[in-house]
Write a protein that binds this ligand. Structure first.
Ligand SMILES: Cc1cc2nc3c(=O)[nH]c(=O)nc-3n(C[C@H](O)[C@H](O)[C@H](O)COP(=O)(O)OP(=O)(O)OC[C@H]3O[C@@H](n4cnc5c(N)ncnc54)[C@H](O)[C@@H]3O)c2cc1C
Length: 427
């Protein structure tokens, strides 16, 4: 049977120890079968177990193998598209609910870390950095927008103030969110998996769901077994493939790449990011970076539509890092990897139910660390019969990508090129 290891990343190299988790052999019965052990699957499982359900997770590779174990580690609140878009798309009641939930994911992460004593280098403070006056204006209106939904902890920063928190001369200003922050993403996922098991949940690794038998009593088929369940949660996101064909047409896997430097001296690390906040810029194709627990710089950026793996990641990302921090020109890159997130046309998450008993959440389009934790809670609420917040997400409309399966990649790349040109020209 296939044994898929973690990709070679800084996170895999610094992961906390984990117990062996064998593949499923034979038949098991459960209340809820979760497909995928990323944050969406693990968060759903935890909320369900805390509410007395029996939960079984099948994971094609390993806990956190997907985006959850490879991401930039940035706790970024709200959604990949903002609430003003949501306000224009759905009714006022749904917009109110979604707006109120926009910062809940970050709180859930902190509650989980505290409750289950998860060692994942959690730090508070995230910066949105503006490169153009237009981006600064957008941050100002975003702050006003978020404040309307009760999120009042944000600080706008002028050029002098942002220079105090990040040693990059390109920024005109920014916004600081102290309820943002950063984590070691794989260790967060591994800690959540341990919490799932401490509550009696079962996780089978190296166990892909290869077919879902639908009906009143659905069955998830795996290469050497099956899971009979009352409900199924599909949480495979960009790695799901065509297991649920209805979901594939309205979303597109995309790759993004990350590099990690060798450990920096304390002094150099302090010069770059004195308060140890994480940073993302406001470009359409954004750069994002932060320090790790052992003072390396993790830097990510760019998007490969259609999720083809680039041959030389360092050659793509290192120039972006040196543009932000020329002072790192002699610093060695120890790790470089790629990972896939799932893009929707609206860049809002795709949430819903197929038939009576198959639930899904996916497609948070780049900003998913907080949303996926919220999604787990919202899915669990729906399974307990409280579907108001689930319905608010499920009501977000989704459309197929222009060009269909054949042309969606070149069409989206052209769109992104256009938006990044506007960023460069300051429009
Ligand atoms: C490189 C990178 C950097 C990012 N940086 C950030 C960031 O800094 N901040 C932020 O907010 N977001 C970031 N994101 C996005 C964020 O990581 C994701 O939105 C989030 O982790 C998605 O979680 P998930 O559980 O839905 O999916 P995943 O973590 O991808 O998990 C899906 C899991 O399902 C499994 N699976 C798939 N199909 C099957 C099947 N048939 N049977 C069984 N298992 C299956 C996969 O193996 C995988 O483990 C980044 C993403 C990437 C790729």
């Amino acid at each position: 049977m296939a044994n898929t290891p973690y990709p070679q990343s800084y996170y895999a190299a610094s992961a906390n120890p984990v117990p062996p988790r064998p593949a499923l052999q034979g038949e098991v019965e459960t209340d809820i079968c979760v497909i995928g052990a990323g944050y969406t699957g693990l968060s759903s499982a935890l909320f369900l177990l805390e509410n007395g359900f029996k939960v079984t997770i099948v994971e094609a590779a390993k806990v956190g193998f997907g985006a959850s174990g490879r991401n930039g580690g940035q706790i970024v609140n709200s959604y990949s598209r903002d609430i003003d878009i949501i306000e224009r798309t759905v009714g006022p009641r749904e917009a109110q609910l979604l707006g109120e939930m926009a910062f809940e994911g970050g709180r859930i992460i902190r509650e989980r870390v505290a409750k289950y004593n998860i060692q994942c280098d959690l730090k508070d403070g995230g910066v949105f950095a503006a490169l153009t006056p237009k981006q600064m204006g957008h941050l100002e209106s975003q702050k006003r927008l978020w404040e309307r939904y009760g999120h009042t902890q944000l600080e706008l920063m002028d050029q002098k103030r942002i220079r105090e928190v990040v040693a990059c001369d390109s920024y005109l200003g920014g916004m600081l969110d102290m309820s943002g922050g950063h984590i070691h993403p794989l260790n967060l996922a591994l800690g959540e998996a341990a919490a799932v098991e401490s509550l009696g949940g079962v996780i089978y690794e190296q166990t892909p769901a290869v077919r879902i038998e639908r009906g009143a009593n659905p069955v998830v088929h795996t290469p050497q077994g099956k899971v009979r369940a009352k409900y199924i949660i599909v949480a495979g996101n960009a790695y799901l493939g065509n297991l649920v064909p209805e979901l594939a047409s309205k979303s597109m896997p995309c790759g993004t790449q990350v590099i990690t430097t060798e450990p920096l001296s304390d002094e150099l690390a302090r010069t770059l990011l004195p308060q140890d906040y994480c940073v993302e810029d406001c470009n359409y194709l954004l750069d994002y970076y932060r320090l790790t627990g052992d003072k390396r710089l993790i830097f990510g950026g760019g998007v490969v539509y259609g999720a083809r793996d680039p041959a030389n990641i360092e050659a793509i990302i290192r120039p972006k890092m040196l543009k932000a921090f020329p002072q790192l020109k002699d610093v060695k890159i120890d790790f470089a990897w790629t990972g896939n997130f799932l893009l929707t046309l609206s860049r809002l998450p795709q949430v819903g139910r197929i038939g009576d008993n198959i639930y899904y959440s996916q497609g948070c389009s780049g900003h998913g660390v907080t949303y996926t934790h919220l999604a787990g809670k919202v899915l669990a609420e729906a399974l307990r019969g409280q579907a108001e917040r689930f319905d608010a997400f499920a009501g977000l409309p989704h459309y197929p990508f222009p060009g269909g399966q054949m042309l969606r990649v070149p069409f989206s790349a052209m769109g992104a090129w256009y938006y990044s040109l506007r960023d460069r020209l300051g429009f």
